[in-house]
Each structure stands twice: as structure tokens, then as C-alpha cells.
Design a protein. Structure first.
Length: 279
């Protein structure tokens, strides 16, 4: 009978009401029952409305915004008092994000001077390189298109095209020639295997292959291959500034975490304590 009562929605509702009543009764700090709505809150509510509606709120709309803000704050405090935030992975992750963003915002106010950026650039030259560039043209042979008599498959047709200029291949939805493309670009277009094979070829004034792609088979003429080269500071100055800010944010978060962690003692089960102590 007790089990049936516990499953009854009305019983659960009564329990929740009792819990809310008890929590409210146990509060000793009267400040917990004061909702302060500041001028900053009003400005924020107006700005949020204006950004969505493309106009400021009228008096009725502003009254509704303030009422909803107060309602949310009351619900928020009651939920915290009931411990509803405990064990909620979404709430936990959101709070961690807000604390991290707070630390990052403090770092965003810093503007590096040019000597600082040049020093950062020199210490991280590997970040500022133009990757190898490849220029090639290709002929495509569809794996799905029926072959004429004498060509049992697309591979055989493509292989014959290496020595027979009359075999122009099948229509291709993309380009027939690509100029100055990186291996990553080529992989995004044709697939990783195609890009890797192409990267190992040498420029020659003849057709090479066949090479398999995500579409079918290709014969390629590798026209040019340029090695990676360093980019000068002025060319990448804006990216250097963004990278510097990212690094400063990461360092600030790491420092802040270490300061917080120093206040805590962590108790771990023996099965994993040695694992976390390992370098």
C-alpha cells in the first residue's frame, strides 16, 4: 500500500510542497527573501529585448520583463534551497562555463603591443606556415557508369587513359583543374586516400595513376608542387594577436584553477589515487 502511495502523483506533489515549506521555514537570513532589481538589471532586460525585437520595450512590455525576472529569481532561489542543482550534469556544466568565462573576460581586456606579438610570433613559427601547395588537373572515371565494350570497369578505363589521349573520362561535378591547393583542401574534396597518394607524386608532364577517390577513379597530371613556407609577421599579424589572446586565456584559466585547487583536499579511492599522481 505504501508503495502505491509513493507512486501516486498527488503524494509526490504533497511531498514537494512540504519540502518547499520546510526549506522556507528554516531560512535564517532575511536577505534571502529580498529580491533586489538594480538599474543594471533593467538595462540588461531592455537591451535583450531590443536585440531580439529591434526596438525598445514599451511600458507594458517592460513591466512584463521585470515581472518575469523576479519570478525567475524566486524560482532559482527556491530550487537552490531544495538542492535541485545537485547531481544535475547540465547545471553543473553551465556553472563551470560561467566561472571560466568570468576568468576569460578579465584577460580579454589586455591589448598586447607589437613587440609582445613579435616575440610570440618568433616563439611559435610553426603555427605560421603556409602548407605545401599542389596544382593538378585530372580526368574522372565513374565507378557507377556502365563501360563500353572492352572496358570492364572504371579502373581499366582510367588505366588505358594514361596512354590514350582520346579517353577523356566522364563528366565531373567539380573542377577539372585545381591550383595551389593544400593537402587538407584536396582531402576535403576527394578523400584522404586520394590526397595522400597525390602528395607523394612528383610533377610530370604526363598522366599518372589511376588514383581512387570518394567518387571513382582518376588519372592526374601533377603540374606543380610547392613546399611549405614561413609566412612573415605582417601577413599573419591579426592571427598572431588572436593566438596570443587564446594562449593568455588558457594560462589565466590554468592559474585560476591552481589557486582554487590549492584550497581543496581531494580524497580518491585507492584504485585510482596512484593513477592521478603519475606524471
Amino acid at each position: 500500500m505504501l508503495a502505491n502511495a509513493v507512486r501516486d502523483p498527488l503524494f509526490a506533489f504533497i511531498l514537494l510542497g512540504a519540502a518547499i515549506f520546510l526549506v522556507s521555514s528554516w531560512r535564517d537570513n532575511p536577505d534571502d527573501l529580498i529580491i533586489n532589481v538594480s538599474e543594471g538589471d533593467i538595462t540588461r532586460l531592455k537591451d535583450q529585448w531590443s536585440s531580439q525585437m529591434r526596438r525598445p520595450p514599451n511600458d507594458k512590455e517592460l513591466r512584463g520583463l521585470i515581472t518575469n525576472h523576479i519570478k525567475e529569481e524566486i524560482y532559482h532561489r527556491e530550487a537552490l534551497a531544495l538542492g535541485l542543482d545537485h547531481g544535475d550534469a547540465i547545471v553543473r556544466r553551465r556553472l563551470v562555463q560561467k566561472l571560466t568565462f568570468l576568468t576569460e573576460d578579465l584577460e580579454m581586456g589586455r591589448t598586447p603591443d607589437e613587440p609582445t606579438l613579435i616575440t610570440f610570433y618568433k616563439s611559435n613559427r610553426e603555427r605560421y606556415q603556409q602548407p605545401p601547395q599542389i596544382t593538378f588537373r585530372h580526368r574522372y572515371f565513374s565507378a557507377d557508369r556502365p563501360r563500353a565494350t572492352g572496358w570492364p570497369d572504371a579502373f581499366g578505363h582510367a588505366e588505358a587513359a594514361l596512354t590514350d589521349e582520346r579517353l577523356q573520362g566522364d563528366p565531373f561535378m567539380l573542377q577539372q583543374e585545381y591550383t595551389g591547393r593544400s593537402i587538407r583542401d584536396i582531402a576535403n574534396l576527394f578523400g584522404r586516400d586520394f590526397a595522400d597518394t597525390l602528395s607523394h607524386l612528383k610533377p610530370e608532364d604526363t598522366w599518372q595513376g589511376p588514383i581512387r577517390s570518394a567518387y571513382g577513379w582518376h588519372v592526374v597530371m601533377l603540374i606543380d608542387k610547392q613546399p611549405a613556407r614561413a609566412l612573415d609577421f605582417e601577413t599573419v599579424k591579426n592571427k598572431v594577436a588572436l593566438d596570443w589572446q587564446d594562449d593568455q586565456r588558457d594560462l589565466a584559466n590554468a592559474r585560476y584553477y591552481q589557486e582554487l585547487a590549492a584550497k581543496y583536499t581531494t580524497a580518491l579511492p585507492p584504485s585510482v589515487s596512484a593513477l592521478l599522481e603519475a606524471p
